[in-house]
Every structure is written in C-alpha cells, then in structure tokens.
Ligand binder design. Structure first.
Ligand SMILES: Cc1ncc(COP(=O)(O)O)c(C=O)c1O
Length: 494
C-alpha cells in the first residue's frame, strides 16, 4: 500500500489502517515483551504523554529563543537527571550540565565527540571500551573516526578487570567507558576504580547509564547493594541516561550529562559561514520536535520521585520471580545473579536449544531476546524486566517449564552441515547478492510488500534457524548477513 494515494483518504480510515498495521507488532504493553519497550503499567500515563506530545509536536528545538517552552522543559529534564545521578546543588558535582538527545546512541556519540574534540592535538584519538559496553560506542567510533581499544570481560563476573582498563589507556586515549549496568547481562562495572585510573591518566570517563541509570538509584533506596556509579564518584566526567527506558517516557529522549560546562563545551557544533541563520546545535539533529521532550516532562512530573520508587520496587520483585522461575527449571541456568533489572539465562549441557526455546516462549506469548555466542560467552536469553511484568511474572514459571519441555521434544535446530560450515568459514567480502538471496529464501526471509511477504512483514514465524546460522558465523559475517537481510526487507511499497 503506497503512502501517497491519488486522492486523500478520510482521517478515520487512515487511523484504521495504522491500527491494523500495529496489530502485526509485538505487544508493547502488558509485560510480555522483554526487550525494546518499557512499560510501567500505569493507567492514564500513555494518554497524558500523548497529549503533551501533541501539544509540542510542531515546536522546533532548533532555536531555544523562539521556543522557550522547550528550553524550560529541557532544563527541567536535565536537572531531574542530574539529581537522580548524584549531581546538582548540595552535591560534590554542583555544576552538572547536560542536553536532551534523541536516544542512548546519540548520547554516546556525543560523549565521544566531546571527548575527541576536547583533544584536537591528538591525531588518532582512541577510546577504551569494555567488550560488554553497548554497540553504540562502536558506532560512535565508526562515525567519528576514533579507534577503539577493547578490554575483554571476565566470563564469570562479566566485567572488565581494572588493571586491563588501566593498561589499555595510552597517550592517545580521549575517553574511558564503563556501563552501569551493561545491557546484555545487567551488570555494573567497577566504576569507582575505572574512573580513578582514567583520572590518574588525565582522561575523561563516561558512565553509560542509558539502560539502568534511572533504576539503580531507586534500587539503592530500596536497600539493594548498588555500588557507586554516578557523579558521587570522583573522575566520572559524563553520564548518559535514557528517559525512554526506565523513566518510562515515549521514545526519543535521553539525557547526556557532563560534570561541568567546560566538559560539555566541545559537544556543541556552531556554524556561521553560510548566508542563512547561524546554526548552534548541542546535539546531532538540528530541527528537533518538541514532542518527545514535552512527553518526557509530563511523564516525569506525573510519576514523581515516589512513583519511580514504587515502579522500581515492582520491577525488582518481578525480576526476582522470573529469576526463580529460571532456577526452577532443569536445563537452564542464570548467566549471573540479577544485579539490576535484567534476567539473563543460558542452557546447561543437557538443556534445550535456546533459540528453539525462544520460539516456544513466543508461541506462548512471551517475547524474549536471544543473544548469540560471543567471545567465550554462551548463547543466552535476555529479559529486560519492567514494572508492567509484575502482575504477569507468576505466570512465567509454568510457561517456561512447558516451553523447555516442548523445545526438548522439538530438538535442536539442524541446519545442513555445509551451510553451517559455510557460515563459519565465509569471509564477509565473499558474500554475493545471489548467496544472500538464496540464504534468505532458505531461511524463509521474504521481502516486505513483495510477492512472498507474509502478514509479519516478510519474517518467518520461527527465528531459530536464522539465529542458528548467525550464531555459527563470526561477528563480521553476522554484521554483513544482517545488513543484507534487513536491506532485503527495506524495499519501497508503491
Ligand atoms: C547500556 C545502553 N547504552 C546505550 C543504548 C542505546 O540506546 P538507544 O537504543 O536508545 O539508542 C542502550 C540500549 O539498549 C543500552 O542498553
């Protein structure tokens, strides 16, 4: 269906089309989707956020003097984030400043840009990044032509050794990174010690708290043993926290904080050497909708500090129930004891094929996220737990046990040995369009809008064969294959 009909379509009908399309998606609400979405399960919050969004959707953040409403709301969001993360008046970081960005990736790209541009004398800037850090740092390095010095993580603790971080810092290092917590496993890096070695070397230290920065302080207030990770730690120069994750704002809002204005200064881009308006951008976008900012502002003010404390309590309790469910099933084991709001498990030697299990869980209405084998870590299943999971958590154990039994009966995915051998040996450069097309067809990947496009937009019902093939491939080939597969899906419809 094309988006530009010869004659305009009535509003009601268009809305009906959007709703019908939305019916193809995984459920964003109801606590059964353990990735991509963050649902507090608070009645009326969506409506409030949508109304605030609509109020400011056409306002342009490009010029804060023309639209002071956005400046006011942005400053309020930055102040709230600073306070949650140990900065602001009366703290050891009273001068914290920041910007609202479109998401975690943009916040991380800008943290790297600020660090790079603060050291213009370094010809080949480098950043020290634990292997567990989010892929967005690799994206930042790629976009900004900065080199990455990757620090391995211990397969047991899932954290980097501080000595390895220290050893990776060199004269060209402009930034050291740590996670609080990491996305894949939800573990908190030794921030105090990493920030100390960074400071000793005179290097900035960014704490990526995009995922859990809004929950860790509340978990601490609930009595959980959360180590220091915020501006209370000397040497931490910047922190990112996504409001569209555990602050439960609609998508499109993250905050990047710097300990003081001088650290933020190189983040800005200004340009006056053209005949139009002088451009001063704190973030990557120039024109920015006020919608996400207003929606986040409304969400924070409506939920309030007490609301977040209660939502974090529900989330923690739900994570405990899910972790108990995993412990209670033969053939599965937790990769690590949950430290934050992630439950991550793998299978034992006698356990089920995890990719088949993921499909079996999906068939029972639980949408989990498979994680591929990586650098000595086994394949695993990731659950991002949010407050909306709490009322459903008790139902998970029985379905998990049933799904494990069904996966046992189905047996592991068996791909033709020559295909697996190919995946293990092929170099990304050797991948031809024909090979990709035949692989995609063999795995049931169609094209959106194409003749073989199903109701799910060209995706097979069962993803286990696709995941098994990707799992057999080294990371560089995984990247290439996925680029090719996704580009097959991204075709215009007329
Ligand atoms: C720790 C961490 N950093 C960064 C990001 C990137 O955030 P976004 O997807 O909003 O760009 C994520 C997303 O899950 C994350 O978990």
């Amino acid at each position: 269906m094309g988006a530009l009909p010869a004659r305009g379509v009535a509003a009601e009908r268009v809305l009906g089309e959007v709703r019908e399309l939305r019916g193809l998606d995984r459920p964003t609400h109801g606590g059964r989707l353990f990735a991509y979405v963050y649902d507090p399960g608070v009645a009326g919050l969506d409506e409030l956020a949508a109304a605030a969004y609509a109020e400011s959707a056409h306002v342009n953040g490009l010029d804060p003097t023309a639209f002071p409403s956005l400046l006011t709301m942005e400053n309020a969001l930055v102040g709230a984030a600073a306070r949650v993360l140990g900065g602001g008046p009366g703290t050891s970081a009273p001068e914290v400043v920041g910007s609202v960005t479109s998401g975690g990736t943009e916040s991380l790209i800008l943290a790297v840009k600020a660090a790079r541009d603060a050291r213009p004398e370094i010809a080949t800037p480098r950043i020290v990044v634990p292997a567990s850090a989010h892929a967005a740092f690799a994206k930042a390095a790629h976009y900004l032509r900065v080199k990455i010095d990757s620090v391995p993580i211990d397969p047991e603790t899932l954290r980097p050794a501080v000595a390895d971080v220290a050893a990776a810092i060199g004269p060209e290092t402009v930034l050291v990174v740590c996670s609080a917590p990491s996305y894949a496993h939800g573990v908190i890096d030794p921030v105090t010690q990493i920030a100390e070695v960074a400071a000793a070397a005179g290097v900035r230290c960014h704490v990526d708290a995009c995922f859990g920065g809004w929950t860790l302080p509340y978990l601490r207030r609930l009595g959980e043993p959360v180590p220091a990770f915020d501006f209370a730690v000397p040497g931490v120069t910047s922190i990112s926290v996504d409001l569209h994750k555990y602050a439960y704002a609609p998508k499109g809002v993250s905050v990047l904080l710097h300990r003081d204005p001088a650290l933020r200064a190189p983040q800005y881009f200004a340009y006056a050497d053209w005949p139009g308006y002088t451009m001063i951008n704190p973030v990557i976008s120039s024109t920015r909708s006020g919608g996400p900012i207003a929606a986040a502002y409304a969400t924070l003010r409506h939920l309030g500090d007490d609301g977040y404390l209660e939502l974090t309590r529900r989330t923690r309790d739900a994570a405990r129930v899910l972790a108990d469910a995993v412990r209670g099933v033969d053939g599965l084991r937790l990769i690590t004891e949950p430290e934050s709001t992630v439950v991550c498990f793998t299978s034992t030697d006698s356990g089920p094929d995890l990719f088949v299990l993921v499909d079996e869980l999906a068939a029972r209405g639980w949408h989990t996220q498979p994680q591929l084998t990586y650098a000595g870590l086994p394949r695993s299943v990731h659950l991002t737990v949010t407050a909306a999971v709490a009322p459903r958590a008790a139902e998970f154990a029985a379905d998990l046990a049933e799904a494990v039994a069904a996966a046992g009966v189905a047996g592991p995915v068996t791909l033709p040995p020559e295909l697996l051998a190919l995946a293990g040996a092929l170099s990304p450069e050797a991948l031809t369009a024909e090979l990709v097309a035949s692989l995609a067809a063999g795995l049931g990947l169609g094209t959106v809008g194409g003749p073989d496009s199903g109701a799910g937009g060209g995706l097979p019902e069962r993803m286990a064969p696709v995941n098994t093939l990707l799992d057999a491939a080294p990371p560089a080939l995984r990247e290439r294959l996925l680029v090719e597969f996704v580009s097959l899906l991204q075709r215009p419809s007329y």
